[in-house]
Design a protein around this ligand. Structure first.
Ligand SMILES: N[C@@H](CCC(=O)N[C@@H](CS)C(=O)NCC(=O)O)C(=O)O
Length: 229
């Protein structure tokens, strides 16, 4: 694994550490988006190691069994989006809401996203630049979407502002941003609190920056074919 010791730090704002973030394929990789957005919120500006899923040489360079995101810090590696979020939150507490109840809620919905919604994730892979017409959604996918709507509307009603837990993005917004892209592609929500939140979130400059990164990316057939089936 490449060592960073001795290298010059990338721009350092709040967290003054040397960092390299391994991510790829912004149009398609939902976990990469989460890792990247968490770094943005933490004001960490890592060097980015862009990987391609159709190439394999990067896989044995990361300790995450060939999965991204993986973050290489001076102190060592951390991988998996949730672990990256927790590690950076030690230095950047604003990644979580300050209020205890809000933080408990945020941790719960992040954990639920990380371990659940398998029907939605399997049937509707993130494909930011695509729009499906009349996409056939199963009952299981509808149940996942309905659960997402309940959770996010509850967060907005109890703790929210422009974003889920107030006026700044938190890890929870980072975790649900790919879900908002999925809904926009496959099943745009009719007017509701969730639709308004989704529009505000996806108009955030960091999300626009991410979306632009994927515009000219080579297509991944297996995901694009899904839209025409
Ligand atoms: N639980 C992991 C999931 C990571 C993951 O599945 N990443 C996908 C990208 S979205 C990946 O690296 N896939 C490798 C491949 O498709 O070859 C996390 O939270 O970071």
């Amino acid at each position: 694994m490449p060592a960073l010791a001795g290298k010059k730090p990338s721009i350092c704002l709040k967290i003054c550490i040397v960092a390299k973030l391994w991510i790829g394929q912004p149009n398609y990789s939902s976990w990469s988006l989460r890792g990247w957005l968490i770094c943005k919120i933490a004001e960490l500006n890592p060097e980015i190691e862009w990987i391609r899923f159709d190439q394999d040489e990067w896989r044995d360079q990361v300790p995450s069994r060939g999965l991204v995101p993986a973050l290489e810090l001076e102190s060592g590696w951390v991988w998996d989006s949730q672990a990256i979020g927790e590690t950076l939150a030690e230095q950047a507490p604003a990644l979580w809401p300050a209020d205890t109840k809000a933080r408990m809620h945020a941790r719960s919905i992040v954990a639920e996203m990380h371990s659940g919604f398998s029907a939605l994730r399997a049937a509707c892979p993130m494909n930011i630049r695509a729009r499906a017409t009349d996409f056939d959604l199963s009952g299981e996918v509808f149940a996942d979407i309905s659960r997402v709507q309940d959770l996010l509307e509850e967060a907005l009603a109890q703790f929210g502002g422009t974003f889920l837990y107030g006026e700044s993005l938190t890890i929870a917004d980072a975790f649900y941003a790919p879900v908002m892209y999925r809904l926009r592609t496959y099943a745009p929500p009719a007017h509701c609190e969730l639709a308004d939140y989704s529009a505000r979130l996806l108009a955030h400059p960091w999300l626009l920056e991410w979306e632009a990164l994927g515009q000219d990316e080579p297509p991944i057939k297996k995901y694009d074919q899904l839209l025409h089936s």
